[in-house]
Design a binder for this molecule. Structure first.
Ligand code: MSP
Length: 652
């Protein structure tokens, strides 16, 4: 049996979990369940990161001991994962005795191998990120305060004697690793960010503190406490028995995927592999750095009151609906916005209409015309054979996309098939055949649709385990999801079916308490929508009419280079771009592409724009031109040129 070891980042225990921090664990669970379904032996690890200054400070603020805070919050994380049906195989805590021993063993080995040395650290430290920064990396605010480039909070100057890790020694080996394994870090734009850091050269890293008590002492010099990031990264090996349980460790290591958020990529893609190289352990196969969630366009934070417990949504809509929405609407790998309105749209259209209703209609007819017994598939007609072929294609692409961790696209592909299945149902018009009394044909259509629904339920079970189990129950089959149920077309013959209530209940937007803030945000977005219609920056115009060349020539299409890109505040969709049009100079355009691209990945890219469009204002921001993009089935891709060409080049 092939093994699959997947981990999430482990969570700081200074604050309670929210919908954003649950994202990593929910996606990890989707991947773990998918691999189990495909027949892998899976180990899914999550846990809590409990040492360091940030936790010490949070405990002090509450007037309790750090360990008490850790126990309390770690308990809340554990309970949350249980309530969300997360199938982690283990929950690691960095205050676990076994973890502490492993960290001490690991760091002592780095010391023995000559990779640590003592020196004076004088520099800047960000407590919320538990990160050291060089002076040249900091940002400065209008009052002259030095800020962390990652979280924008003030950094502290520290000066103390530390042990340093010779990270610079691993610059060359890491470059080699990146060049030889182009998929070591994904998505590729995250890999490129890491490559740029490597190309500018790594500095040695301070990895102990003497002014901090809440941490793991370095055995060779116990006044020194091990840097919380070094301590935390080692969880990935301590949790699977390194070094005391070689049998377990060798079974699972190396990890197949470390699933993390984009802001902690550097630790996982550069520092962690260098630490492993230092002690001579194999490297993980992949680091996947996903994007960040906002809620209704705003950063998640306690002070904004939007650090919502995911159970609130689960209680309102059900676990499967929340999971489906997160996977489907937030393009995996990219930043995305959690919006309850969009969740309801997905629930009503994809789940209730396309999927649930199809099952409902089919089972209702089986109940009525076959006394709730699954009929047999009889002689096939062309339309049936075509449907089977389409299913096979959909299954193959779904599996390929899931294997490549393109999980949003995988689900999208499956829903394309569900549309086809609905079309098949409508085009074969079983209700007319029932009236005509052709039982054999009617049985074939209904059985074929039900077999397909069962296969869809299997494929989608990693994302929606509860509703898939319910589909199985209604078809009188054991809710054990394996790829074996994907084989053959007579899995259900003769089974007793249960018609039951619709699988998903539609919700009306007005049924939810959207609150004043959300209403405001959405009305702003509606205005954007109207503006976007008058200046359809992302809509490709299609027309049945033929045009002559002169009409086409009226368009001044040009190649432009994006020189700056930033998200428009308070808008879910808009990005403000500064573009270079060569001879035509530089100018600003605004485009509705924020859900598809991160601003940072756009800089330097060549795009195609309509340069002679009348200027328009989107949310009060002037846009002088329109970029071209291809859009289909909720996907959007910018148009570009094959090969290099100077900005300003005319398209004819
Ligand atoms: N303790 C470190 C990780 C150590 S791993 C050896 C840490 N903890 S964290 O609690 O700040 O973040 C844990 C995970 O939650 C990260 O993967 C992070 O990206 C994710 N998220 C926290 N807020 C998030 C969003 N708003 N959106 C998506 N993921 C986010 O970093």
């Amino acid at each position: 049996m092939k093994k699959f070891y997947i981990t999430t980042a482990i969570y700081y225990v200074n604050a309670e979990p929210h919908i954003g921090s649950s994202y990593t664990t929910i996606i990890g669970d989707v991947i773990a369940r998918y691999k189990r379904m495909m027949g892998y032996d899976v180990f899914y690890l999550t846990g809590t990161d409990e040492h360091g200054q940030k936790i010490e400070q949070a405990a002090r603020e509450r007037g309790i001991e750090p360990k008490q805070l850790c126990d309390e919050i770690a308990g809340k994380f554990k309970q949350l994962w249980k309530d969300l049906g997360i199938t982690n195989d283990y929950f690691v805590r960095t205050t676990d005795e076994a973890h502490v021993r492993t960290v001490q063993y690991f760091v002592s080995k780095m010391l023995e191998n000559g990779d640590l040395y003592k020196g004076i650290y004088q520099g800047w430290y960000c407590v919320p990120c538990e990160t050291y920064w060089g002076e040249d990396e900091l940002e400065v605010d209008e009052h002259g305060h030095k800020l962390c480039p990652s979280c924008k909070r003030e950094v502290r100057l520290i000066e103390e004697e530390n042990y340093f890790f010779r990270l610079s020694k691993y610059n060359g080996p890491l470059l080699k690793l990146f060049n030889e394994n182009p998929k070591f870090v994904e998505p590729d734009f995250r890999r490129n960010e890491m490559l740029r850091i490597l190309e500018s050269g790594l500095r040695d890293l301070s990895i102990t503190r003497t002014t901090l008590k809440w941490g793991i002492p370095l055995p060779a010099d116990p006044q020194h406490v091990i840097y919380v990031w070094v301590d935390a990264l080692i969880n990935y090996v301590s949790a699977i028995g390194y070094p005391d349980n070689p049998e377990m460790f060798n079974k699972w290591w190396p990890a197949d995927v470390h699933l993390i958020g984009k802001e902690i990529n550097r630790f996982h893609s550069l520092i962690w592999p260098a630490m492993l190289m230092s002690v001579g352990l194999p490297l993980p196969k992949k680091i996947y750095a996903h994007g960040w969630l906002t809620v209704n366009g705003q950063k998640i934070s306690k002070s904004l009151g939007n650090a919502i417990d995911p159970r609130e949504y689960v209680n309102r809509y059900g676990n499967d609906v929340v999971r489906y929405y997160l996977v489907r609407d937030i393009m995996f790998g990219r930043d995305g916005d959690f919006s309850e309105e969009n969740l309801i749209k997905r629930l009503n259209s994809d789940l209730a209409n396309d999927y649930g209703n199809l099952l409902h209609r089919t089972l209702a007819m089986i109940q009525k015309h076959f006394d709730s017994r699954m009929p047999e598939i009889g002689a096939l007609e062309d339309i049936d054979r075509k449907l089977i072929e389409e299913y096979e294609k959909a299954e193959a692409s779904y599996i390929e996309l899931m294997d490549n961790l393109e999980i949003t696209d995988a689900v999208d592909r499956l829903w394309q098939f569900i549309s086809l299945l609905n079309k098949y149902f409508d085009e074969t018009h079983p209700w007319i055949i029932a009236k005509e009394g052709n039982k054999e044909r009617l049985g074939t259509i209904l059985a074929l649709v039900t077999e397909n629904i069962m296969k869809v339920a299997t494929l989608i079970s990693p994302i929606m385990p509860d509703s898939s189990a319910e589909v199985y129950r209604r078809l009188s089959i054991e809710p054990r999801f394996t790829h074996e149920t994907l084989q053959g077309w007579d899995n259900l013959k003769g089974k007793q079916i249960i018609h039951g209530e619709p699988l998903f209940k539609k919700m009306d937007k007005s049924e939810i308490d959207v609150g004043v803030r959300l209403t405001n945000v959405s009305s702003v977005e509606e205005k954007v929508e109207m503006n976007e219609n008058t200046n359809p920056s992302v809509n490709v115009v299609t027309t049945e009419e033929l045009i002559d060349i002169d009409t086409f020539k009226k368009l001044d299409l040009r190649v432009a280079k994006i020189v700056e890109a930033e998200k428009v505040q308070k808008s879910e969709k808009l990005v403000k771009l500064q573009i270079d049009l060569g001879d035509l100079g530089k100018r600003q355009i605004v485009a509705g592409i924020a859900q598809y691209y991160n601003p940072e990945e756009l800089v330097g890219k060549l795009i195609i724009v309509v340069a002679n469009l009348k200027p328009a204002k989107l949310m009060g921001i002037e846009s002088k031109g329109m970029l071209l993009a291809a859009k289909k089935d909720g996907q959007l891709r910018l148009l570009t040129v094959l090969g290099d060409i100077e900005p300003g080049a005319k398209i004819s």
